[in-house]
Design a protein around this ligand. Structure first.
Ligand code: SF4
Ligand code: FES
Length: 274
């Protein structure tokens, strides 16, 4: 409930958190760092990577829990750096390194946690970059309201893909998946007036600016935005640069009018009122 707080122990210190916060949110507010990978603040917690595990003591029992999704609650005792926590994070990093041996973020993480390159046999393709964090799937559903991609298969075959591994008909080319992907596994390339998204194997035509002619956004994404604003779609759209220029020119005109004395309302207009 709004305004309510809970008190619990974090690394031996009594802290206060807003009701409804996760342990990770409470720790961050208290200045305690807990590493995350699949978590993104704009998205619902998913608890996929287990990098954020902490040791939680509740009713006399100690368990490892994902801090990004475990709710902060009255009377908990949470430790963020115990040997059990460190061992678990190391194992997570070793598994990720075995899956994605060439991803810089994973290599850095493994090095920071003291995981040797060959600690586990290589499980993925050398060029595998997806850690199955699900950020792309969640941003598409939660933020955009689409279902362009989803998880497919189980076990070692598990991956994120468009339906049937073909072009994603639901993709509008917003590229939100590119922005939230922590490893760079999702890529968007603009070429020949088309936007190509990989690994979704999806291509979308780009709309050209009616002023400068440069292609700047997928038509589907602009239609989607206009739909949200309940405004009709005008294909004669300006790119952001030309729109800013147009606004700048309009402001300049207004300021010139102001200097010439006819704006803001001058004498004549006041007289007109009487
Ligand atoms: S493609 Fe990127 S965002 Fe999507 S699951 Fe894989 S690593 Fe996560
Ligand atoms: S960041 Fe918490 S499980 Fe991934």
């Amino acid at each position: 409930m709004a305004g309510q707080t809970v008190n619990f122990k974090l690394n031996g210190e009594e802290i206060r958190a807003a009701a409804g916060w996760t342990i990770w949110q409470a720790a961050r507010a208290a200045g305690v760092f807990i590493p995350t990978l699949c978590h993104h603040e704009a998205l619902h917690p998913f608890g996929a990577c287990r990098l954020c595990v902490v040791e939680v003591e509740k009713d006399g029992k100690k368990t490892l829990e994902a801090a990004c999704s475990y709710p902060a609650a009255e009377g908990l005792s949470v430790e963020t750096e115990t040997p059990r926590v460190q061992k678990s994070r190391k194992m997570t990093a070793a598994l990720l390194l075995a899956r994605c041996p060439s991803v810089p973020l994973i290599r850095e993480l493994a090095a920071r946690l003291g995981v040797a390159e060959d600690s586990l046999p290589l499980k993925g393709r050398a060029e595998e970059a997806c850690i199955l964090c699900g950020r792309c799937v969640r941003v598409c559903r939660e933020a955009i309201g689409k279902r362009a991609v989803s998880f497919a298969y189980r076990g070692p075959q598990r991956r994120v893909s468009a339906p049937f591994g073909e072009e994603a008909p639901d993709c509008i080319g917003c590229t939100a998946c590119v922005f939230v992907c922590p490893t760079g596994a999702v890529k968007a390339v603009r070429q020949d007036n088309r936007l190509r998204l990989s690994p979704w194997q999806t291509e979308l035509p780009l709309l050209s600016c009616s002023a400068c002619g440069r292609s700047f956004a997928a038509e589907k994404v602009l239609r989607h935005l206009h739909g949200l604003q309940k405004a009709s779609f005008d294909p004669e759209t300006l790119c952001p640069v030309c729109r800013r220029k147009q606004v700048g020119e309009a402001l300049e005109k207004v300021s010139k009018l102001g200097k010439a004395g006819s704006f803001p309302p001058g004498k004549e207009q006041k007289q007109f009122k009487h």
